[in-house]
Ligand binder design. Sequence first.
Ligand SMILES: NC(=O)c1ccc[n+]([C@@H]2O[C@H](COP(=O)([O-])OP(=O)(O)OC[C@H]3O[C@@H](n4cnc5c(N)ncnc54)[C@H](O)[C@@H]3O)[C@@H](O)[C@H]2O)c1
Length: 245
Amino acid sequence: MSDKLAGRTILITGAASGMGRDIARLFASEGAALALLDRNEAGVRAVAGDLGAAGYGCDVTDRTALGEIVTAAAETLGGLDGVVNAAGILDIAPFADLTAESWDRMLSVNTTGPFNVVKAALPFLSAAEAATIVNIASVSALMPMAGTTGYSASKAALTMFTKCLAFDLGPKIRANSICPGVIRTEMTRYLWENAEHTARAAERVALKRLGETEDVARAALFLSCADSAFTTGTEIPVDGGFSWR
Ligand SMILES: NC(=O)c1ccc[n+]([C@@H]2O[C@H](COP(=O)([O-])OP(=O)(O)OC[C@H]3O[C@@H](n4cnc5c(N)ncnc54)[C@H](O)[C@@H]3O)[C@@H](O)[C@H]2O)c1
């Protein structure tokens, strides 16, 4: 590894599983000091233990608890140079079947969650020399898909939130989104456990495969280090050629 994050302190949400966990692994191997957060406390503590990081159990919608934890994490790490918002949930349902509770929860976790994290982290990010915010959105932010009114709305709001953050917080803080296509994680287990569904999903994209968490982790690394020093307010699709942006 090339120590691209040496000396940097980064908070990652959703780090007990999937993309958040593999972003944490790659960032640790690149020299970052990490604070990992997830509502799955046992899971996040296990990942943190493996990486010599600090692990915190917290729901990103619990603004009060989150504020206290982000402050404690920043104090433990001696500041915060970056955050990665990977915590998220997906509920696929045709609009007629989508409940108001499900709509509220997706907006609350996927959109307001990153707002809560950035708000709590802002005093520390503002004190850093060059800080980064990376929000994991989705191709669902870029293109309509059946059964995703709630999820797509929550992720489209997240990409525009991120663009506006880039305006408001620049030049010292950069903010970008990643828009993954279908990535093999717990969230998409229902799909990739079925060979026929997997083949259909792979056939739909130019690179003819599902994505892996490492594909997303490498994009998160790019956006969290000096390699992307002149990149802000944009989104990077990591989708194998699906959304064509
Ligand atoms: N897997 C995909 O194909 C895909 C595609 C596009 C975008 N995404 C997005 O990528 C991100 C990571 O998802 P993943 O695929 O790794 O899924 P995952 O289910 O493996 O991981 C999500 C993690 O977020 C945590 N989490 C969920 N709600 C939380 C909350 N309220 N507070 C704190 N932690 C919470 C979960 O406990 C879990 O550890 C999500 O934002 C998801 O919407 C996933």
